[in-house]
Design a protein around this ligand. Structure first.
Ligand SMILES: *Cc1c(COP(=O)(O)O)cnc(C)c1O
Length: 359
């Protein structure tokens, strides 16, 4: 087998090796079922246990109160961009905070179901910081945030109060990366392939009180009510990805839970931003306000596009994979979700220091 690269892909992204090893060991026969996860009925006792355990683990680790439902669906975060307004906007007005490409896409979909107002918008600055101030409409049906802007490398780690207006959040790229007070939110969603598992699984965390307001004239498959009533088993859910998420959550619990994950992520951010700031003559972070810097996606430029190409090319040859920035930002983007260790970031930093000396 080829050596594993250090994988900075933005998504799908790196998984912890112990998770992959467990998956490999249980691929032919899963959990005493006498068959693999991919072959068992989604209505079987064996699968039910996996589903219940995964949700329970997620509830414990993330601190999800009992009056919230957890749903495991398909369709990606992108389906939630339209499914959420389809259920909860109902011709009313919603506030969106436009902080990046994904926030923009979410807002575009919502326009099909009502009025979209921007409570904050940094498009004019190519999303290189979070909005300085937010202006909420107290009569909005909800406020929508993207907690981590995967492409531009900004992140909210705390929120201003939205009063009585329900708070919705796309947490695709920073779910389970640090402690949140879940009670502040009415609706949390994301694709699993960045921090929570593999492509094919979408998680939704939904407050009971919000569900009571859901539209009733929504197609069955697109109604949250359906999936809550059937406990994510209305149709065949993504059984394989749910199992992998369960393994990932078990791994998080084994290494010490969310507090340890948060410490690791803080440490990684200190190492990498520390190196950028120490060599600010050479590496320029693209996020202008340091307090808005993401712990998950770190974007920076080198003195010239030629040096950036060389940096990526030589790094790739040394096993540092997936460093190319998104075309709308350019430069380098290091995506360092939960699976990436501080030791791996230290290797990157060593490479950066050496590259600067020799180039
Ligand atoms: C990747 C990403 C998405 C898109 O997720 P899909 O599962 O591909 O639909 C949406 N929002 C954010 C913040 C993302 O990082």
């Amino acid at each position: 087998m080829a050596a594993r690269k250090i994988n900075f892909n933005p998504g799908p992204a790196a998984l912890p090796l112990p998770v992959l090893e467990k998956l490999a060991a249980s691929t032919i026969e899963t959990g005493g079922a006498g068959m693999s996860i991919y072959e068992m009925s989604h209505r079987s006792k064996d699968f039910e246990k996996i589903l219940v355990d995964a949700k329970q683990r997620m509830r414990e680790l993330f601190g999800i109160p009992d009056d919230y439902h957890i749903l495991f669906l398909g369709g990606g975060a992108s389906l939630q961009f339209c499914m959420a307004p389809m259920n909860f906007l109902q011709g009313g007005s919603a506030d969106y905070v436009r902080t990046g490409e994904w926030a923009k896409k979410a807002a575009e979909e919502a326009k099909r179901f009502g009025t979209v107002r921007f409570a904050g918008d940094t498009k004019a600055d190519n999303f290189n910081h979070l909005p300085d101030k937010l202006d909420f409409d107290p009569s909005a049906k909800y406020v929508h945030f993207t907690t981590n802007n995967t492409i531009f490398g900004t992140q909210y780690r705390d929120f201003p109060s939205t009063g009585a207006v329900p708070l919705f959040a796309d947490m695709s790229s920073d779910m389970m990366s640090h402690r949140w007070d879940v009670k502040k939110f009415s609706f949390i969603y994301g694709g699993a392939q960045k921090n929570m598992g593999v492509a094919g699984l979408t998680f939704v965390i939904l407050k009971n009180a919000l569900l009571e307001r859901a539209a009733t004239d929504v197609p069955t498959m697109l109604s949250y009510q359906t999936h809550v009533e059937k406990d994510s088993l209305f149709n065949t859910p993504p059984v394989g990805p749910i199992y992998i998420t369960k393994l990932l959550l078990d791994w998080m619990a084994e290494i010490g839970g969310l507090e340890v994950i948060e410490q690791r992520n803080r440490k990684k951010a200190e190492l990498l931003y520390g190196a950028i700031d120490q060599h600010a003559d050479y590496y320029q972070g693209t996020v202008v306000n340091k307090e808005h810097r993401s712990w998950m996606n770190v974007c920076f430029r080198l003195p010239s596009p030629e040096l950036e190409d060389k940096f990526i090319k030589e790094g790739t040859a040394q096993g540092l994979h997936g460093m190319k920035g998104h075309r709308s930002v350019g430069g380098v983007r290091i995506s360092m979700y939960n699976a990436i260790s501080p030791e791996e970031i230290q290797k990157l930093v060593d490479y950066m220091v050496k590259f600067r000396q020799t180039n």
